[in-house]
Design a protein around this ligand. Structure first.
Ligand SMILES: [Fe+2]
Length: 275
């Protein structure tokens, strides 16, 4: 089966105004991620953004976001698939990004390509920080999974469907996660990808499905110290690979770092040959 590589990023909190809050990303900041992805030896096929795509924007902001992702596709050959988060706004998203009439219904869809089926859900509830999946989407998810598919399946949404390593942040995750978990546990879903937390964390759902929460692009949250959460300027992404009927998820850092050593492809071959 064909190998698929893609980039999972989250919480871009895009803002196109000059006087943006420090917790929002400029388009230039998000472009750094696309540029880094395009330069990788294993070039991703697309970028998945698991919510908080635009920070509380109006239709004009979403129109700018549409133009931004089109530009990223032209410039780097990377199409973008988006899930909505609690800082997104449904009405504005439909009008500005989808160029359809405004409505408040959930934005969910599937993407199928050789080697991967991606089911994108909408856990965002306007004006609430916590997440919820309505009956319509849960039914749709079950229908999709019930159809059966030999292609590895990944499910994406904004709110993590389980706890995380940081108890203090768990209160606003997906509500009634058991409804979601009970569907997943009956089907061979390779992974659930989420965001919302702004730190990378992984878990196994009660039915055995792995759930990965991506770090935030706009800002990172460190492990708490003295009870406080620090919002810091760390830029991270997650590289995903699907091959041999397995799914792999690897966080990597885009901040400037000191290179301490280097191995050429030939040195790598020699190193492994010695083992
Ligand atoms: Fe966020």
């Amino acid at each position: 089966m064909e190998e698929v590589n893609f980039l999972h990023i989250s919480d871009t909190h895009l803002c196109f105004e000059e006087n943006r809050q420090p917790i929002c990303s400029s388009p230039q900041r998000v472009e750094r991620v696309y540029a880094a992805a395009a330069a990788l030896d294993q070039k991703p096929a697309f970028v998945l953004i698991t919510g908080d795509f635009v920070h509380e924007g109006d239709a004009a902001a979403y129109a700018a976001a549409r133009l931004f992702v089109q530009t990223m596709e032209q410039r780097y050959g990377l199409p973008t698939y988006v899930a909505l988060g609690n800082h997104d706004r449904h009405d504005a998203f439909y009008r500005g990004f989808c160029e359809t009439p405004a409505h408040s219904g959930p934005y969910y869809y599937k993407i199928k390509m050789p080697g991967l089926r991606l089911l994108v859900l909408d856990s965002a509830v306007d004006d609430q920080v916590l997440g919820r999946l309505d009956t319509e989407q849960l039914q749709w998810l079950e229908e999709q999974l019930e159809k059966g598919c030999t292609t590895p399946t990944v499910v994406a949404l904004h709110h993590p469907p389980c706890g995380t390593t940081v108890h203090a942040t768990n209160g606003n995750n997906l509500q009634q996660p058991d409804l979601f978990q009970h569907i997943l546990e009956r089907y061979p879903v390779k992974a659930v990808l989420a965001g919302h937390k702004h730190f990378a964390t992984a878990a196994m759902l009660p039915g055995g499905t792995p759930a990965y929460t991506g770090a935030g692009v706009a800002f990172a949250i460190d492990m708490p110290q003295g009870g406080a959460l620090n919002f810091v300027d760390g830029l991270q992404a997650q590289f995903c690979a699907v091959y041999d009927n397995e799914f792999y998820w690897s966080p990597f850092c885009l901040d400037e770092r000191t290179v301490l050593g280097r191995m050429t492809p030939r040195q790598m071959r020699e190193y492994h040959a010695e083992k």
